[in-house]
Design a binder for this molecule. Structure first.
Ligand code: GLA
Length: 404
């Protein structure tokens, strides 16, 4: 008996050691969905999730690619006498399995949240010491996505903790997208490619264009602060493993121009597009931004190369993102508080991107371009492009070669 038990243990150990990995074939393009945290924080319940699932389908968001419906922190109740996690019975009286079933019945995928430490950031039970139990519970509920946070982890090693949960998820058998939320402290881009499908690169975002918000002993970061931290990380991202500059704040209080700039730049970064606004009360302007299929196509491009900032000056930045089939996305970001008159002489933008090997070759290739927010504005790179970009806004184009 003793012998067969140790044989079983050895086999399990060997199979975990040899075969444990992150689930392949997930997030080949950056994941898209919705999450409770940015708008609702702890004020969540099953009615909100069901209504949001309905809205994701009715409003065309699901068709535009937003398929993950993710519950963030504050869903947890207590652990039961055997240590299994339960959902808060007041907020989720039908339980998580029934909720996941409902979300799946709408053609969507279901996501949940936990933390590598003893407690989550909002002080609910974390997964430390319960990783395999939690992974089995999530698989049983029908979870498709786990965001795994980093609060209350003072004595833990980040890579080790995330590897442990990765392996637990894999052993539980249900393919689950593993979203690492370690805020960038241990430079997860250096180790997380084989561990998760995305990793947060910074602390938390707030609905502010360029002013961080001070909360005393911590800060939430503006859209521009976060953007400024992404450019050097582009070489670590690619299909199945993305830099995550945090969830979207579109529709949460910035101006329409700022929302448009935020959304566009996240697409230029090949960032996960996780909405964080109230879908039961959404303006037409917000819906128009988050369902622009041409801009989403930049994010979801199959080449999977994060964009680069090629040139900047006087508050105006020029970004390029190579796309599959020889196309380029080109964005002009105006960070100033007044409009910027921009004159783009394409000869100033001839370069080869060392990461992808793609060249703009504006001296040899003529591209046709379309302005992706104002479709009536098209042209080609034979002549100079003149455009006025409003304050805190962008102009973004897709360039397609028309001749050599
Ligand atoms: C951390 C994460 C946030 C959110 C909260 C929940 O701050 O970075 O995205 O999940 O915890 O408590």
């Amino acid at each position: 008996m003793k012998k067969s038990a140790s044989l079983l243990f050895c086999l399990l150990f060997i199979s975990v050691g040899v075969f444990a990995q992150k689930f392949p074939d997930i997030a080949k393009t950056p994941q898209m969905g919705w999450n409770t945290w940015n708008k609702f924080a702890g004020n969540i319940n099953e009615k909100l999730i069901r209504e949001t699932a309905d809205r994701m389908v009715q409003s065309g968001l699901a068709d535009a690619g937003y398929v993950y419906l993710n519950i963030d922190d504050c869903w947890q109740g207590k652990r039961d006498s055997l240590g299994f996690i339960t959902a808060d019975k007041n907020k989720f009286p039908s339980g998580m399995k029934a909720l996941a079933d409902y979300v799946h019945s709408r053609g969507l995928k279901f996501g949940i949240y936990s933390d590598a430490g003893r407690k989550t950031c909002a002080c609910f039970p974390g997964s430390s010491g319960h990783e395999f139990q939690d992974a089995i519970t999530y698989a049983h509920w029908g979870v498709d996505y786990l965001k795994y946070d980093w609060c209350y982890t003072s004595d833990l090693n980040p890579r080790g903790s995330y590897l442990l949960m990765r392996d637990a998820l894999y052993m539980a058998g249900r393919p689950i997208l593993f979203s690492i939320c370690e805020w960038g402290g241990s430079e997860p881009w250096l180790w997380a490619g084989k561990v998760g499908h995305s990793w947060r690169t910074t602390g938390d975002i707030c609905a502010s264009f360029d002013k961080d918000i001070d909360h005393g002993n911590w800060k939430t970061l503006s859209v521009m602060s976060i953007l400024d931290k992404q450019d050097t990380l582009r070489k670590y991202a690619g299909p199945g493993h993305w830099n995550d500059p945090d969830m979207l704040e579109v529709g949460n209080g910035m101006s329409v121009n700022e929302d448009r700039a935020h959304f566009t730049m996240w697409c230029m970064l090949a960032a996960p597009l996780i909405l964080g606004n109230d879908l039961t009360n959404i303006s037409d302007a917000t819906l128009k931004i988050i369902t622009n299929k041409d801009v989403i196509a930049i994010d979801q491009d199959t080449l999977g190369v994060q964009g680069l900032k090629y040139k900047a000056g006087d508050g105006v930045e020029y970004w390029f993102k190579p796309l599959a089939g020889g196309d380029w996305a080109f964005a002009i970001l105006n960070r100033n508080s007044g409009p910027a008159e921009c004159r783009v002489d394409w000869r100033d933008f001839i370069f080869t991107d060392n990461l992808s090997g793609c060249s703009t070759a504006f001296d040899k290739i003529v591209y046709r371009y379309d302005n992706l927010w104002y479709k009536q504005v098209s042209g080609n790179t034979k002549s100079v492009l003149k455009v006025t970009v409003p304050a805190h806004d962008v102009a973004v184009y897709r360039l397609t070669p028309v001749s050599d």
